[in-house]
Design a protein around this ligand. Structure first.
Ligand code: ADP
Ligand code: MG
Length: 263
């Protein structure tokens, strides 16, 4: 087994109230994201999935959450929690990309989607404007947007929810990240569109060989395309294993309950 792309060890997070009490939101969680694999992080709402992704993106200092000092997160063997400045910008701009439930929260309403992807390419992939413009069309084609030349000129609100999410995915893969974090990317979409977006992420994972951390509250979604599954509840990892282990022989009572709830 080669070294994992990302490894989380004993990650604990808490937040403080005005009265000075601290509430633990992550309790000593550990798991790996191997290279070229899709790991599904599954748990009901409030279990700590999004704060885990924020810890990986190093976005905690702005959110009032505090990380316990024994926590370790390594990306390609480098301690991610110690990264600052340029190294951190490289990590967020290039090595790790993220998409969210609400694409509109990350898209700027006053620029066309083509301009926004081009901007990303110029900033992080150091492409010139012409080159970036060409690459935008290739990317929008790759994520399956119909009529990509026309769509590149559209403003975010002129696109459907599914199309906006495709634009976010195009933007996320623009700089060929090593890790794509997708935090409930299909929760806001209709069931048929959900399936298409899941398929797109699975196809891109195969084609580009990146690792994916797919966050969802719905264990039923991940059986077909995740390689590994991590089940979380109340800030703790209840069970982790390959998709076959989790679906065919779950050991934890909570995992069993989740599997029993599938439609
Ligand atoms: P999930 O993504 O699994 O639904 P979250 O990671 O968003 O859950 O939240 C985990 C827990 O941490 C929840 O109890 C939530 O209320 C709490 N939490 C998240 N962000 C903050 C914050 N900035 N300040 C205080 N508590 C927070
Ligand atoms: Mg969440």
């Amino acid at each position: 087994m080669s070294a994992p792309l990302l490894s989380i060890r004993n990650l604990s997070l808490s937040f403080g109230s005005k009265q000075g009490e601290r509430t633990q939101v992550l309790k000593n969680i550990s798991f790996d994201i191997p290279r070229h694999r899709t790991v599904a992080l599954v748990g009901e709402s409030g279990s700590g999935k999004s704060v885990t992704s924020m810890a990986i993106m190093q976005l905690l200092p702005t959110s009032g959450l505090e990380i316990d000092p024994q926590s370790k997160i390594e990306f390609e063997g480098r301690s991610l929690l110690d990264m600052r400045g340029r190294e951190l910008r490289q990590l967020r701009g290039k090595d790790i990309a993220m998409i969210f439930q609400e694409p509109m929260s990350s898209l700027n309403p006053v620029f066309s989607v083509g301009e926004q992807i081009a901007e990303t390419l110029m900033l992080h992939a150091k492409l010139g404007r012409r080159e970036a413009g060409k690459r935008v069309i290739e990317l929008l084609t790759e994520v399956g947007l119909p009529d990509p030349e026309k769509k590149a000129k559209s403003y975010p609100h002129e696109l459907s929810g599914g199309q906006q999410q495709r634009v976010m995915i195009a933007m996320a893969i623009a700089c060929e990240p090593k890790l794509l974090i997708a935090d409930e990317p299909t929760t806001a979409l209709d069931v048929t569109i959900q399936k298409q977006i899941l398929q797109l992420i699975a196809d891109l994972q195969k084609k580009h060989g990146m690792s994916v951390l797919f966050i969802t509250h719905d264990l039923g979604l991940v059986g077909e395309f995740a390689h590994d599954v991590v089940v979380m509840r109340d800030g703790e990892i209840r069970e982790a294993g390959t998709v076959e282990q989790i679906f065919d022989s779950p050991k934890d009572s909570y995992t069993k309950a989740l599997l029993a709830c599938r439609p």
